[in-house]
Design a protein around this ligand. Structure first.
Ligand SMILES: Cc1cc2nc3c(=O)[nH]c(=O)nc-3n(C[C@H](O)[C@H](O)[C@H](O)COP(=O)(O)O)c2cc1C
Length: 228
């Protein structure tokens, strides 16, 4: 069991880590730096394509922290979420829910009240801020009883899968995204009218990129895959 002190210290450390990543990204952007690769500039146009195959899509999608002003319709959000509904879930329970702030008033409140400064700045001008939640005690549960040691972790697992589909579907339809795990749960729930019973995971900014394409480095595959 972790002590409250340990948990608080870990939370503060992870906040500092996010702040560091965000400010490093801001510095790179301010310097007009896209990661320094010519190749990235060359492929930038390709990244604006829609209706891509997976090879293109997985490269095109990157977290965007600078948006041009844009609006998104309810119909467009419905298309993205309909795509995301293809994600697998435990016994097809589909417990992920989406709550979009798409009006100027709702977004303003989210930026002012519900997101820490660096996330509010990164998502400024986004067309929508979509809170992603899941209904607990369904995924990983039979007749209200957890089927194994993971309990509601299965709901979070499904929600992560759904979010993954969501950000890829958005990109495939010409929208950029930023998953924001740092958020004020109570405020997000109040502003978007999310039931207290649901578990809020992230807030995803959806908008049109105003920054250069930037791919962050990834681990070598041998570090994450062991085959016997
Ligand atoms: C669960 C989760 C939470 C995240 N929270 C934040 C956040 O609060 N702020 C932020 O700027 N980026 C956040 N990110 C984005 C990651 O930093 C980003 O996905 C990672 O650096 C890889 O870069 P890429 O998405 O461009 O490939 C989050 C990503 C995930 C999956």
């Amino acid at each position: 069991m972790k002590t409250t002190q340990e948990t608080t210290t870990r939370l503060a450390a992870s906040r500092r880590q996010f702040a560091k990543v965000a400010s490093a990204a801001a510095l790179l952007l301010a310097a007009g730096c896209s990661g320094g690769e010519d190749e990235q500039d060359k492929t930038a146009k390709k990244k604006e394509k829609t209706g891509m195959d997976f090879d293109e899509l997985k490269e095109a999608r990157r977290s965007v922290r600078q948006y041009a002003k844009s609006e998104i319709s309810k119909e467009e959000l419905e298309k993205i979420v309909t795509d995301a509904l293809n994600a697998p879930s435990w016994k097809n329970t589909e417990t992920t829910r989406y709550y979009a702030a798409a009006t100027a008033a709702a977004k303003e409140r989210m930026w002012k009240e519900a997101l820490p400064g660096f996330n509010a700045a990164s998502s400024a001008n986004a067309a929508a801020l979509v809170a992603v939640t899941y209904v607990p005690c369904e995924s990983g549960f039979n007749d209200g009883k957890a089927v194994d040691d993971l309990g509601n972790t299965w709901g979070a697992y499904d929600c992560g899968l759904a979010s993954s589909y969501f950000i890829l579907a958005a990109k495939n339809r010409g929208w950029d995204t930023l998953i924001m795990g740092m958020r004020d749960v109570a405020k997000v729930k109040e502003i978007l009218g999310i039931p207290k019973s649901e578990i809020l995971m992230s807030v995803i900014a959806v908008g049109k990129s105003a920054q250069k394409y930037m791919k962050r480095p990834r681990k070598p595959v041998a570090e994450v895959l062991k085959v016997k």
